[in-house]
Design a protein around this ligand. Structure first.
Ligand SMILES: [Fe+2]
Length: 368
């Protein structure tokens, strides 16, 4: 379709929005497809009633993070989003885990430790992604009790984003990826008495237990381009334009076939006088959007704390809360750390996470 406009329009998206008006982006294919910008007198988030299943949802995961174990929160056929809490225990290294349902991504929300793998030892700490490709055997051994957001990729494999015009070292340099260390793994195994003799394999969400007579971590060397790795948010370099707000897709960290993972990190705000500084109101029409709030001051939202997770399904417009629009005026930087998962197909809420839901979240855009 060719470009067309009527009435008031801007010559650059997210910039010089007429005083007293609001811009709403409606776009296909996750910020890459056909898109229009509507200039409106009021934001579309000023609903008074939403009657039906399509509501923005908010979950407070903090109570769940205080319980050991794992829980699925949201899912569709491509992705399963959940949380996992691992305590410090001498038994952690006795058992290994293998996910035969897909690539397993852990985002460490709190805690630190090491992950044992057949490829070597991977240290992790708060704010770090750990990517374990499908079926690679591993054991999480925290030195401090650890809380993870987990994202299982069930229909493809995690890949790096296409960095296009900004070149292959933008966003993060692959030299900054944490690689497994076989020598450190050997030192770790020598220093401890437990041998890892059990592997729990998950396939079609059912566990099969394999038991061995001696340690399964017996690799003496390896080569190849399939291995687990880590990426710390400290090693990520957010893209920005000082002149106009960039879409969330500029912050893509990992790409799967039917979903993407983006990371929002502290950055300077746009400095042009007429630039929009809060995320624009939008309908990312093809995608459901999940945001996990890891740390900091969540500048586009009100009444949020770390450990919360929102689900904004496709089908309704969303954008900053009214309070955030006012409070952004005195700010020059963001300090938020958040993980976003945008899924191509609708997500379902796991029944067990309904107890974590804040029922009135959909009302939170209303000016008080
Ligand atoms: Fe969005």
């Amino acid at each position: 379709m060719h470009q067309y406009s009527q009435g008031i329009s801007t010559k650059q998206a997210h910039k010089a929005i007429p005083e007293g008006c609001f811009e709403e982006e409606q776009g296909l294919k996750g910020f890459f497809g056909p898109v229009s910008h509507l200039i409106k007198k009021d934001p579309s988030t000023r609903w008074e009633i939403i009657d039906g299943p399509l509501k923005p949802r908010m979950f407070d995961l903090v109570p769940k993070f205080s319980q050991v174990g794992e829980q699925r929160l949201l899912f569709n056929k491509d992705v399963s989003i959940g949380l996992k809490v691992v305590p410090v225990s001498a038994n952690n290294s006795k058992t290994a885990y293998r996910n035969a349902d897909g690539d397993q991504l852990y985002f460490c929300h709190l805690g630190c430790g090491v992950i044992l793998t057949e490829y070597g030892l991977l240290p992790y700490s708060e704010g770090q992604y750990v990517v374990i490709p499908k079926c690679l055997t591993h054991s999480i051994v925290p030195t401090e009790a650890s809380q993870f957001l987990t994202v299982e990729n069930r229909t493809s494999h995690y890949e790096e984003p296409d960095r296009g015009l900004v070149g292959r070292h933008a966003i993060y340099d692959t030299a900054a990826l944490g690689k497994p260390n076989l020598e450190k793994m050997q030192e770790f195994l020598n220093a401890q008495s437990n041998e890892t003799i059990e592997i729990r394999v998950k396939r079609l969400d059912q566990i099969t237990r394999f038991e061995y007579d001696r340690s399964i971590y017996d690799t003496v060397g390896w080569k190849g381009d399939l291995f687990p790795f880590t990426l710390h948010t400290d090693d990520m370099m957010p893209l920005m334009s000082h002149r106009a707000h960039l879409p969330p897709s500029a912050h893509t960290t990992f790409v799967a076939r039917e979903f993407v993972i983006c990371t929002f990190l502290p950055r300077p705000l746009e400095s042009d006088e007429d630039a929009l500084k809060v995320p624009f109101y939008h309908q990312n029409i093809d995608y459901d959007e999940v945001l996990f709030y890891h740390k900091g001051d969540f500048f586009s939202r009100d009444n949020l704390h770390a450990g919360m997770m929102s689900l904004h399904p496709a089908g309704f417009p969303h954008g900053p809360h009214p309070k955030a629009v006012k409070s952004i005026k005195g700010k020059t930087h963001t300090s938020e750390y958040a993980v976003m998962i945008d899924t191509r197909w609708p997500l379902e809420v796991d029944p067990s996470s309904q107890s974590l839901e804040l029922a009135d979240y959909w009302k939170s855009w209303q000016s008080k």
